[in-house]
Structure formats: structure tokens, C-alpha cells
Design a protein around this ligand. Structure first.
Ligand SMILES: [Zn+2]
Length: 581
């Protein structure tokens, strides 16, 4: 049987055994090390992906005592109960807004796992959904049925998700504050995958280790509770979703509707040194009529939305090769790329040729008809960014790698770059030219002053990005950027030149990806050897994109909506696509 819900709610299953994990549920690493204890339970951190979990988990009996019938926080008086219900219904409204914006449509069949006393389901019915809730507390099921008695249609299943019948029938599945409670989140996502129809949407709300409260309060974070068995951040939850067969993941802040009375009640039950006292003080100082006035707050949670992917995982790597005037090296580099074997990965190549005038196009065309090669011929050379963007629009692999057609980088570094992606340790990897065991900085024998200026400029611009976007990167401008294709979802790129490197890294940072930097080999070529960066013009474009992205807000949902509503553009007559992969 899939162990998803604490069986403790069913007394016949109850046991005193505390289940102990030997590997991480996200990346399967055995390297789990102890951090600290919460109410006597050990919190461990996975050294490879950063997931926090309770290990060993509380026994079924212990969870049973926690999830007693008064588990759901409610006011004592009727007035305060009504106020709690109003808050829940407002938060449900916020969640349903996100679901509708992400799907671009309303209604359909919706399943809520852990439906509690049915507040979310009531709101979903009002939005035109046909709802099913599954909840293992009999008391909560009875409350929900009573609440929804006059509404139609609805279904409440008292049990676990394994008790929900059917397959491929739900358009939406909602897991609101649930995934952190279950014994095995991987099994939960697998079961939801079975229940969703093709392209069906999963909605997950859960506490996030990336939230401001987690970073501020550290091990005093209010979400550290015995019944929370897993603590995700953006990256670990996304990895679990991707590995579970989902795609098109976006993240949104976990906005909730709360009021002063509810917050004080929460901190009275879950004591946090300093904060409980402060919450109580604020409650006492707030005029009575304002204590139950709702406001929106992002305290500790995140929301992730994704679609059920229809195709099985192919483990395909898409290599995008932008080419312009590389006749000296193209064929040699490309033959080596085609010959390269990567264990467990099939490859496809998207070569984007931007109308070279040195014979490169003729060399590229020799590969037309190759089963692994797709060629894009552009009529106008608008820059590397323009070429890479055209290439990215054609990729079909699970992973994407950008490769120049020269010998500055070493393709023998591919295995090291791909390993964190294949082992679910990261979604985005950068091949850092600095920080490895060999000297990687630019050294042009014939242009030492230019090399020195470029090296200084590198540190200056790296510092700027780190300060503006709160990162600590060593080499954001490396050509070797390897990432899950899904990272591109909900991002619109505009840059045509080398500023695209900036645009890509900054947008990934804004979308919540923290790149893992792996040292790679690098031999810089000088300008006389064909380096194409303009030492005067390009830095201006870099600063321009940095300022534009720093000052603009970022919302992948807006991009998805914009794209959905956009009138399809006519086929680009400036480029021709040859070959299918
Ligand atoms: Zn892990």
C-alpha cells in the first residue's frame, strides 16, 4: 500500500514505529545530516539538494495525537468561527484566481486532497467546478458535508488519496498545505498524476525555505512543527514535480488572507520565542473592530502550478549551436560534438547559422539530413542572442545546453555539467571559468592589456549582478549554461546580442532558480583569433538589460496570459528551418 496519509487517523493501523528514511525523497542521496531538533524530532538536511525533512518521522500514534479533532484552528465563539471561515474563503479565492489564470479557463472537475472542513471546495463550487474532496479526518468530512449539503454537485471521500477511484479524470488537483504532511510526497505526486487528465493542472501550496520568514527566523521558523515532515524550497519542489512527470512549472508567492486575531491564535498554539509575545501584544493593541479585518500577507509559503506532462521522460539533451563566421573551427567542433557519447542521454542539435560570409553556411548545410540535426538559416546576422533564441524555440529535449562553435570551452566537461541535472541536484548549472584547479582567466599573448581590462570588467559586472539580484555567482557570463527546458516556461526574451547571456541568467534568478556552478576548462581566444564581443558597445547593452530587469516586475503568469492572448505572428520569413529531430 502507498503510505501517503498518516494511518494514525485510522486507529486499526496505529503503531508506535517511527519510520526512518535512509535516502532523500527528492534526489535519493543518502547524505542526510542532522541540523537540529523540533519538539524532540530530528530535522535533517540533504547535502545534495537541500531538502529538509523530519527523520525519523513521528509514529502513527504520535501523529494521531497531533491530528485530534481540534487540529483545524477555529475561534471559540461563533463570531470568530465565522471570521476564520471568511479568511479561508478569501484565501481560496486567491488560489482559484491563480488556477484560472494559469489554465486560461474556468470550471471542470477539481479534486482537493486534504479538503479539511470544505472551505476551499465551497469556493470552487461557486466558480463553477464540479468538486471532489478527500480527507482522512472523519470529523472534518462530516463538517464539510454539512457545509456543502445545499450545494451541488460535490463528493467527499473519507480516506486517503489511494481511495479516490478513477484515472485521468480531473482537470485540476489542489494540494493546499498538504504535501509537507505526508509520509512520501513522491508517491503522492505519482497518484495525483494518475488521477489528472492529460494536461491537467496540479496546484501546490506549502511553506518555503526561501520565504523571508524562514530566512529571518532560521531554526525558530514557525513552520517547524512535528507534523510537518518535509520542508521544500523552490528548487526541491520543482525537482520532485519534474521527476514525477509534470511540466510548465511556475511559482507564485503563497499569499494568504489573515487577520490579527488569527495570527495571534496561531502563535498562541505554536509558540515561537519573541514572536508569540509580539503577536499577542499587537492583538491587544489593535482596536476590537479591526482584529478581524482581513489583509493579504505572504508570510512563509509558496505556490507552484504545473501540468501533467503527456510524454514519458526521454532524457534528451538539446544542444543549441549558434554559428556566425566560424569557418575555421565549425566542422571540427561539430564533428566532435556528433561523436560525443553521453551515457543515458539521447541528443539533438539545433544549429543556427546567421548568414556568415566566410563559407560557414556551406559547412553547416553539409549536415542537413542528419537525423539528429535541425538547421535554422537566418538571413540577417542580428547577434548571438537572436540566434540562440531562435534555437531555443525549437528544442524538444528535457535539458538544454548552449555550445559555441569554437574551441574556447571543452566538451569533455559535459558529463560534469549534466550530472547535477540528471541526479536531481539542480535545475540550472553554469560552467564557471574561475575557481577550478587550472588558470581560467583570459590570457591573450598578443593583447595583454585588453585581457587585463576584460578580466577586471568581468569581476565588476559579476559584482553588479550579485548585488542587484542577491546571488553569489562567480561566472554568470559563461557560455556553458545547462538547464531543464522547463526553466524557460513563462519567460519572454528580447535581447539579440551578448546581452542575452545576462537576460537568461537574470530571468532564471528572478524565476527562483539558484544556479549551481561547476568549474570547467576554458581557453579564451583573443580578438585577433575571432572573439566577437565589442569592448565598447556590448557593456552598454549589458547595463541596459540589468537596469531594465532590475526595475521591472516579474510574473511568469502575466507572460503566459500575454502569450495566450497574443495574435499568432506570421512565420519569420527571415529564417528557414531544415530537418526534424
Ligand atoms: Zn536530496
Amino acid at each position: 500500500m502507498i503510505e501517503i496519509a498518516p494511518a494514525a487517523i485510522r486507529p486499526d493501523h496505529a503503531t508506535e514505529v517511527r519510520p526512518m528514511a535512509t535516502e532523500c525523497v527528492v534526489c535519493r542521496s543518502p547524505r542526510l545530516h542532522y541540523l537540529f531538533s523540533v519538539a524532540g524530532y530530528r530535522i535533517v538536511r540533504c547535502d545534495d539538494c537541500g531538502l529538509l525533512s523530519t527523520n525519523p518521522q513521528p509514529s502513527d500514534d504520535e501523529l494521531g495525537r497531533i491530528y485530534a479533532s481540534d487540529y483545524f484552528l477555529r475561534g471559540r465563539s461563533e463570531a470568530s468561527q465565522e471570521s476564520v471561515e471568511r479568511l479561508k474563503s478569501r484565501t481560496a479565492g486567491l488560489y482559484l484566481d491563480l488556477i484560472e489564470r494559469y489554465r486560461g479557463q474556468r470550471g471542470g472537475r477539481l479534486l482537493e486532497v486534504g479538503s479539511g472542513e470544505g472551505d476551499f471546495l465551497v469556493s470552487a463550487i461557486e466558480r463553477g467546478f464540479k468538486v471532489t474532496g478527500v480527507e482522512y479526518s472523519e470529523h472534518a468530512c462530516a463538517m464539510a458535508s454539512k457545509k456543502m449539503a445545499s450545494r451541488c454537485p460535490f463528493e467527499i471521500i473519507c480516506g486517503e488519496i489511494t481511495d479516490v477511484p478513477g484515472a485521468g479524470i480531473y482537470e485540476v488537483c489542489v494540494l493546499s498545505d498538504v504535501i509537507e504532511h505526508v509520509r512520501n510526497p513522491r508517491h503522492l505526486l505519482e497518484r495525483v498524476h494518475e488521477l489528472l487528465c492529460p494536461g491537467g493542472v496540479i496546484f501546490i501550496a506549502t511553506p518555503s525555505l526561501n520565504s523571508w520568514s524562514a530566512r529571518l527566523l532560521k531554526n525558530r521558523w514557525m513552520e517547524f512543527k512535528p507534523e510537518h515532515l518535509f520542508y521544500f524550497d523552490s528548487s526541491t519542489l520543482q525537482t520532485l514535480l519534474i521527476d514525477g512527470g509534470y511540466k510548465d512549472i511556475i511559482e507564485q508567492p503563497g499569499t494568504k488572507s489573515l487577520n490579527v486575531g488569527y495570527i495571534a491564535g496561531h502563535f498562541a498554539r505554536y509558540k515561537v520565542r519573541g514572536l508569540s509575545w509580539l503577536a499577542d501584544l499587537v492583538y491587544r493593541l489593535t482596536p476590537t473592530k479591526l482584529r478581524h479585518k482581513p489583509f493579504h500577507v505572504v508570510a512563509s509559503g509558496m505556490v507552484q502550478l504545473a501540468r501533467r506532462a503527456d510524454h514519458p521522460k526521454r532524457h534528451r539533451l538539446s544542444i543549441v549551436v549558434p554559428v556566425f563566421n566560424e569557418a575555421r573551427s565549425f566542422s571540427q567542433v561539430f564533428n566532435r560534438l556528433l561523436a560525443k557519447k553521453l551515457n543515458g542521454l539521447e541528443t539533438e542539435f539545433i544549429v543556427v547559422e546567421s548568414n556568415s560570409n566566410d563559407g560557414t553556411r556551406e559547412q553547416v548545410l553539409r549536415y542537413s539530413g542528419h537525423p539528429k540535426v535541425k538547421i535554422i538559416l537566418q538571413n540577417v546576422p542580428r547577434g548571438k542572442g537572436y540566434a540562440v533564441r531562435a534555437g531555443l524555440s525549437q528544442v524538444t529535449g528535457d535539458f538544454v545546453l548552449i555550445q559555441d562553435a569554437d574551441f574556447e570551452y571543452d566538451i569533455e566537461d559535459y558529463e560534469a555539467l549534466l550530472e547535477p541535472l540528471l541526479r536531481n541536484r539542480a535545475a540550472f548549472v553554469l560552467g564557471a571559468r574561475h575557481g577550478g584547479s587550472t588558470w581560467k582567466m583570459r590570457q591573450f599573448e598578443n593583447q595583454p592589456v585588453v585581457a587585463a581590462i576584460l578580466n577586471q570588467a568581468h569581476w565588476f559586472f559579476t559584482g553588479l549582478i550579485n548585488i542587484c539580484f542577491g546571488s553569489s555567482l562567480k561566472d554568470p557570463f559563461t557560455m556553458y549554461k545547462v538547464f531543464r527546458r522547463d526553466c524557460l516556461y513563462g519567460i519572454r526574451f528580447e535581447c539579440d546580442r551578448f546581452d542575452f547571456d545576462w537576460e537568461l541568467v537574470i530571468n532564471f534568478l528572478r524565476k527562483g532558480y539558484r544556479p549551481l556552478e561547476i568549474p570547467v576548462n576554458y581557453r579564451s581566444r583573443s580578438f585577433s583569433e575571432g572573439k566577437k564581443v565589442s569592448i565598447f558597445y556590448d557593456p552598454i547593452t549589458w547595463l541596459r538589460v540589468l537596469i531594465r530587469l532590475r526595475l521591472s516586475s516579474f510574473d511568469p503568469l502575466c507572460e503566459i496570459e500575454r502569450e495566450r492572448e497574443a495574435i499568432p505572428e506570421p512565420a519569420d520569413d527571415e529564417q528557414l528551418i531544415i530537418g526534424q529531430t
